[in-house]
Design a protein around this ligand. Sequence first.
Ligand code: MIG
Length: 809
Amino acid sequence: MQTSEKIHPDQIESESISIYRDIGPYKGYECRDKYVVIYGEHANLTVKLVTPGIVRISVSLKGRDAELEPSKALLPYEPLEGWNVIERNNGLEITGGNIVLVVDIATLSFYVKTGQGTLCGSYKLSFSDTAVRCQGSMDDEAMIYGLGETTGYLNKRGERYTMWNSDVFDPHVSDMESLYQSIPLLIHHASDNTFGLFIDNPGRTVVDLREALDSYFIETASGEMDLYFITGPGFKDVVTNYSILTGKMPLPPLWSLGYQQSRFSYMNQEEVIQLAHNFRSKGIPCDVIYLDIHYMDDYKVFTFDKDRFPDPAAMMSELKELGFRIVPVVDPGVKVQDGYEVYEQGVEEGRFCQTPDGKEYVGAVWPGPSVFPDFTDEVTREWWGALHQFYVDYGISGIWNDMNEPSVFNSPTKTMDDNVIHRNDGNPKTHGEMHNIYSLLMSQATYEGMEKLLQGERPFVLTRAGYAGIQRYATVWTGDNRSYWDHMRLSMSMGLNLGLSGVAFCGADIGGFMHHASGELLARWTQLGVFTPFCRNHSAVDTRNQEPWTFNDEVEEICQKYIEFRYRMLPYLYSLFYESTCTGLPIMRPLVLEYPKDRNTYHLSDQFLLGKDLLVAPIYEPGKQHRVVYLPEGIWFDYWTGTRYEGGAHIIAHAPLDVLPLYIRAGAILPQTQLMQHTGQAIWQELDIHLYTQGVTSAFTLYEDDGLSDRYAQGAYNLIQISTEENDRRYTISAAYEVCGLQQDDKSILFTVHHLSFIPKSVNLISEVPEMKHLEEQSFGWYYDKQDNQLYIKTQLAGLQEVEIIVEG
Ligand code: MIG
């Protein structure tokens, strides 16, 4: 603990002042084959086009090669050709694609704009004895979003971060400069202009948005700086374009969208099986149970403890019967122990990270002294991946990577020493240079290894640490939060900025990891958590249990109701996941992404959108039953009561403990399915599609596949395009297969039309039934419930056939 003495006036050390010098003046340029090199007195800039809207500018101090090798976070690309360079008195104007770069002769500072003349910031480069610095301009009204996993609020102006993956057990607070993930992406957003800046540096990177009011600076310690300027024009375009650089999430198995239950730790086989039975007997849907470190023999990865888990195969088959998956934790630390095969084999084959004098680097983690695989070598990644045969043999297809910053207990830096050597496929670098990418490469090894071993089944990997691009291999959870109401609030802004930074599949420990949850907290947090892409309840050793039934009947019922809601919503949710695999867009979205011109949305991080149609506004304080909700332009409906609101306004929601304030956008098309106990039972042969009308034309693309295999990649999936239109006593619903790659029978669809603005008199080709219950028995029919103003239409959709329903009043 620190006391006030920490800020004793006599003891405050004034920071030593570094002298920064310009990298210029300009000395000339050269147009090479596919790129331009600008020579300066102290540094060279290499300018390459990744796409017509993305330009890469690499800076290296004099004496170094100006052609930097991109980190492994980047997908390979071929630079585009066709630069045009004009030298003027005071500057150089370089045009390529839709990018114009204007460089100042005296200082080599530059600005970037688009062909349409939109300015994407001006930048000044400088260097000191230890750092290269890039100072970027910030418009008065601009917000800065992105930066991956950070505490605080949505807008990062006024904050300072050090990108350095850290195992932060301390409570996560607002002035935390580093957490588990490092994603050096800044999204600069003003009402008429959005652009991104990605700094590809897996070593320590400082992003300071505090020191100056009208600019920020980025600093690296490598003598280099690799910058990518990402133009839009729109906010969504910037996010999608960033995913061209670092990739998109692969489609996860459907079961990983289910509710997941974890604890550090479920201690033995009986406890795990009992837990599974509890879920089923209580009828609370659940897909996954996690095994934390106690499942291992002496914390040795790729083992089971023989006393606690005497018969993992029997356990697995019982769980399978019940429809549960197991995800075991796998840390990078390998116990130093003679006779332990993973250790011995790794040493013999040179798989572990080494100190400069060529010995294995040893650091203490759970198993005591441990060695760490050098994931920067492809052969080591393959070796590590293949070791997962151990789990696959038991029928496991999901792996949880923890402690992969990597966390090291007994080191002064709490991670591997900076001078540890990474072989890096023959291009050795120090740990200091590669720290942040270690976890990405571990998850890559795990994902690719599992992918091979599972032979056609999709793997699932969960990771704590990561670097830009982590979405290609793993789902991210936000580490050791606490059962604090504050942390529930925080889970929203963290998830939202992670989503803007490429990581669509993310979530926090529901109920909080450390500290002790209360029933009220768990109820509220579960309400929120079922709307986050990754939905797992996890808690720490020595804290109060927090399974849904731990507190009282009321809390249990609330948890159940909301978990059930998530399962009904699976078709909608899965379609959003699919969309993200195509566009890189987040699933859980800040309002500003959908309403980028509406300033009321710019700071909103205590409410969010799931896709574009569901607005979730959780209660995140104890004892509260009311909160302010902002509804953006358009018409919105209270999900529970049906109350209609004109958007562009703040409203007060009333939310007793069992109510999560939830709003549906007019125009929403919300496909739902029958309740099930786990996703393995999901049958989408019967769909409930809820339509919210009010004069807007709308469309939704429903995605479906087998939920498990990689056959979707060869076309085994369906896309059903659903659209609606309402005008003047006529409401049209169309549904058609856009892609029909799955073999299947006819689909039975029950449309529920909410808030129709006229009383329906006829539906083409379908006859009215006298009572609602007839719709259960018949394949076709319609029924109008006057009281609730809900129109039900039951119909069928067969492959390649188009359905057009015309409702007339
Ligand atoms: O806290 O494996 O963030 O989820 O339960 C020490 C034990 C190590 C940290 C993870 C947490 C996990 C725990 N691990």
